[in-house]
Design a protein around this ligand. Sequence first.
Ligand code: EPS
Length: 391
Amino acid sequence: MFKLRFLTAGESHGRGLVGIIEGIPANLEINPEDIDRELMRRQAGFGRGGRMKIEADRVEIIGGVRWGLTMGSPLALFIRNRDWENWRRGMSPAREERGSAPPVTRPRPGHADLPGVLKYGQRDIRNILERSSARETAMRVAVGAVARRLLEEFGIAVGGFVTAIGDVSMEIEPSQLMEEDLRSLSAAAEASELRCPEADTAARMREAVERAAEGGYSLGGTFLVYAVGVPVGLGSHIQWDRRLDARLAHAFLGIQAVKGVEIGGGFEMSRRPGAEVMDEIFPASTGRGFTRKTNHSGGIEGGISNGMPVVVRAAMKPIPTQRRPLRSVDIETGGTVEAAYERSDVCAVPAATVIGEAMTALVLADAFLEKFGGDSVEETRRNYEGFLKSL
Ligand code: EPS
């Protein structure tokens, strides 16, 4: 990230999650409700396990905001883990508690467990899984909500919806979706417990998740995230790591269990002749500027936003923890065992969509501030409006 940076800390069953986000200009209105709304969206969704019945995520703003406005200083956020009550000794920072919980020694295939213990010289897998856990994404959603607030000031809206769970899939062509389509699809998804805008597809997804829960296995899926109102000119062609699509791909692959990302037409474009998948350029109906009738490029050409909706799709693998036992090897005994299982989500694709939105907001806010700068929202606005006028 170039202008905006954030870090998170905290373990899944520790006291809570900490986040620091720096680079947000002064005079941005931020209220805890803006963040809590997003935290609630992440926690909802059919297919979640017992843990979500324990947690009710709320943010505490520890720094960077005074009387509902940012001051240009870093924002410090805190989210308590309610489950900490059950782990006070087992996850205590105090050395006197050492050994108060038995070590986890049966690595789950697909999780960070085995490579993590080998890399960090650990004999208790808990020292890895506590941080690799997707619990951490609660804080990403919180810092993402701050980025989203900034984007809103400039008419940029981020949304998303689930496009597939397991082999139950919506039939959509992202290249044909314009701003109104995207907005109405995500509005419909908001009312769905699968976060899928098509009621009949959502019903089949629900059945698939129910079957998986009965069978003791987990399910992955795909989700689409978009941003509308994005001005031309975010990101750059001049260096690989400044490209907006590269920055989005990085952010999406940084979400736990995401194994694939495509921008706009993505993999489908590779199967079609060139003439079919470029977004031809037309004069805008207003007589000034340009327009496109398709969006295969997902709003990004040469690593630069082109004014069309930014569209990203991501594929999430099934969650590695599942009731149906997987074969593994005990790291203490070397013997063949079944991987550890306590409880888990069956499917977290609806939650991943909200996390994808947060990561998109963070990447776009960073690129926006890189382009327009400003230490106060007013200054950013002057720069932004000046650029629009110059086009
Ligand atoms: C997770 C395992 C489950 C999930 C958790 C992520 O937690 P637990 O091990 O406590 O049952 O519920 O997700 C969250 C806590 C959350 O807030 O999303 C994992 O191993 O990644």
